[in-house]
Structures are given as structure tokens and as C-alpha cells.
Design a protein around this ligand. Structure first.
Ligand code: TXA
Ligand code: MG
Length: 320
């Protein structure tokens, strides 16, 4: 199959209306989209990604007035958060309505809803009136794509169209929240910070390991993983321990490296966490392809967007 790359919302809409998959730009990462109300098209997403059927999908809509079409109940806090942060990197997990196919919810009784902040995708959602189911447009478990080329590299030949909206402005996936016994819980950290959530819902909780609490099925320990091993820790110690190996290096800020490395990626020249989030997945892909044996990486400061960046680094480093 030929994969076309372009900026035509009309072409993207036509493929989706025929039940085909289209990669779409968002502010977080590129998504692999299908008409959410077409169960066969939704199943195709799982096939193309190699995604386990137990992992539910996010449904993208253009406005908060759409939430009640797909969710049975919508807490007031959802509308308060959406008024402040949507379109933007926040996803709401709510009780589903029956119109949502089982494949999307992985058979569960909730549906994840989000309004992505990208002009082309908002135009696509508005012009078609179609809700779009879309996970990140990468093979399951691999690094998420933040440019049209990242999608083409991996899904080229498997989907008819990539809607090219340029590089993603946030660069890390949305923050996923739900409500459990009336309390707002974070299921996945992401592009909207806990500090921002707290400014609207001061009581928001981050989930513990309590098995009685809901969790996000996609939060597998190993995720966002390059093909070569990634080790996370203190870079001085790691460089000493791995001297003699072909090293790919990932540092938060610029760093004078005492030994020769194959490639050095700096997440932010100024120590800015927003820039680091935008750089992260591209840097990991380049390091994975640079011919090194191993990637040595360090954590970033654990506040603001740093919390979500560290979560991705931790999962990229996890045993597979
Ligand atoms: O920023 C994003 O959220 C991107 C863009 C494309 O919108 N999408 C994305 O999708 O990251 P995906 O499938 O890679 O991650 C979605 C996460 C997974 O951890 C999944 O388990 C969780 O959301 N999720 C989806 N539906 C859920 C539900 N009903 N209950 C709990 N978790 C859910
Ligand atoms: Mg993903």
C-alpha cells in the first residue's frame, strides 16, 4: 500500500469515511486514527500497532459538548477542567455509553475522551463530525512519534494517509484522569502537569499501587522502549561503568563528556522542561538508530513536565 503524506484535511476525512486508518497530528504525539463508531476500523488499529486487545483507546472529539454523547455521566469537574485546559493534553476516563464499540473500551465500562489541540485535527473532527479513536501512532511498546516522518518510518506501507501537522508542540502524551468514588485520580502523568490540575481540582490524587483503585491498562512497566538497552542513573557513574562500549548519551542539559561517545543528545540547552519534553522522543529515536550498543540517560528534575518525562524514561529503561 502506498502511504501518502500531506496536509489535506479533505483527503484524511475521505479515507476515514471509507473505514481506513489515518495518522493525525496532535499537540502531544501523532495518533493512529479510525472512526470510533466503526468497530471494524477500530480493530484495524490494534492489528497495525500490534496492540494487545486489553488496552483501551482514547476517543478524540472537537468540543466538550460532545462528551455527553459518549459518556453516561460527566462530573462537573470535567467541564471545569475542560474549560481551562481543552483543547489540550488532558484525557477524561468516564462511564461509557453503549454507542462506543467494545474494542475501544477493551470490554470495560469506561471510555477515554480528549480534545486534541491541533488546528488540522480539530478541523478534521469538526468537518466530519466523526469521533476519532486514536492511540499513539507507533508499534505497541516503541517510542511515540512526534513528527510525520516518525510515523512514516514505522507505519509506512500499512496506512493510506498521514496528515502532516509538523512537529508536536508538547511532545509527550496527554495526562489521563478519572473519577473514583467522586475523587479525581491521575492514571497517567503527561503533558498537563499535576500543578496545573491542582489549580482547578485541588484534591486531585495520583494513583498508588492500591489494586482496588482503577489503573490505566496501558501503563505497562516496559513502554516507550528503544531497541537497544537504556540505562537510567547518574551519568558520571554510568559513563565510567560502561566505558569501552559504544555509548549513546542522553543528558538533560549540556555536559562536557569525558570519553568518546557515538552520539550525545541534549534535551534542553537552557534546562527548560517544556523544551525537554518536545525533544525527548526524537532524541530517543536518534539514539536508537546511531549504532550504539547502549543508551545512558539521566532523570530530569521531578516537577512540572519533569514528572511525565521521568515516567517515560523509567519505562524506556524497564526490563522487557
Ligand atoms: O496524547 C495522547 O493521549 C495520545 C494522542 C494521540 O491523543 N494518545 C495516546 O494514546 O497516548 P495511547 O493509546 O498510546 O495511550 C492511551 C492511554 C493508555 O495508557 C490506555 O490504557 C489509557 O490511555 N486508556 C484509554 N482508555 C482508557 C480507559 N477506558 N480506562 C483507563 N485507561 C484508559
Ligand atoms: Mg502510546
Amino acid at each position: 500500500m502506498e502511504t501518502r503524506v500531506g496536509q489535506s484535511v479533505a483527503e484524511a476525512a475521505a479515507w476515514l469515511q471509507q473505514g481506513r486508518l489515518v495518522a493525525i497530528p496532535t499537540e502531544t504525539v501523532y495518533g493512529l486514527a479510525a472512526n470510533a463508531l466503526d468497530a471494524d476500523a477500530v480493530l484495524d488499529i490494534f492489528a497495525v500497532k500490534g496492540r494487545p486487545a486489553f488496552n483501551p483507546l482514547i476517543v478524540h472529539v472537537h468540543d466538550a459538548t460532545e462528551f455527553a454523547r459518549y459518556a453516561e455521566t460527566v462530573p462537573d469537574e470535567v467541564y471545569q477542567l475542560a474549560a481551562r485546559f481543552s483543547p489540550g493534553p488532558i484525557t477524561f476516563v468516564l462511564p461509557r455509553k453503549a454507542c462506543i464499540p467494545d474494542a475501544i473500551t477493551a470490554g470495560g465500562d469506561t471510555v477515554a475522551l480528549r480534545i486534541p489541540n491541533h488546528p488540522l485535527t480539530l478541523e478534521l473532527l469538526r468537518s466530519t463530525g466523526m469521533p476519532l479513536a486514536a492511540p499513539s501512532a507507533n508499534p505497541s511498546g516503541y517510542i511515540s512519534p512526534v513528527t510525520a516522518n516518525h510515523v512514516l518510518d514505522q507505519l509506512g506501507g500499512r496506512i493510506p494517509y498521514i496528515l502532516d501537522g509538523g512537529p508536536c508542540s508538547v511532545g509527550i502524551e496527554s495526562t489521563v484522569v478519572t473519577w473514583h468514588e467522586g475523587r479525581c485520580l491521575v492514571l497517567r502523568t503527561g503533558g498537563l502537569t499535576i500543578e496545573e490540575l491542582r489549580s482547578v481540582v485541588p484534591t486531585v490524587e495520583t494513583t498508588s499501587d492500591d489494586p482496588a483503585q482503577p489503573r490505566s491498562p496501558g501503563q505497562l512497566t516496559s513502554h516507550y522502549a528503544p531497541r537497544i538497552p537504556l540505562v537510567l542513573g547518574n551519568l558520571d557513574e554510568l559513563l565510567e561503568r560502561h566505558a569501552g562500549q559504544r555509548i549513546g548519551l542522553l543528558s538533560f542539559r549540556p555536559l562536557a563528556v569525558p570519553i568518546a561517545v557515538v552520539r550525545h543528545e541534549v534535551l534542553s540547552t537552557t534546562g527548560d522542561l517544556g523544551e525537554a519534553a518536545r525533544s525527548l522522543f526524537g532524541a530517543l529515536r536518534r539514539l536508537d538508530a546511531c549504532g550504539a550498543d547502549i543508551i545512558l540517560a539521566e532523570r530530569v528534575p521531578e516537577h512540572g513536565l519533569g514528572v511525565a518525562i521521568n515516567d517515560r524514561l523509567q519505562r524506556a529503561a524497564a526490563e522487557r
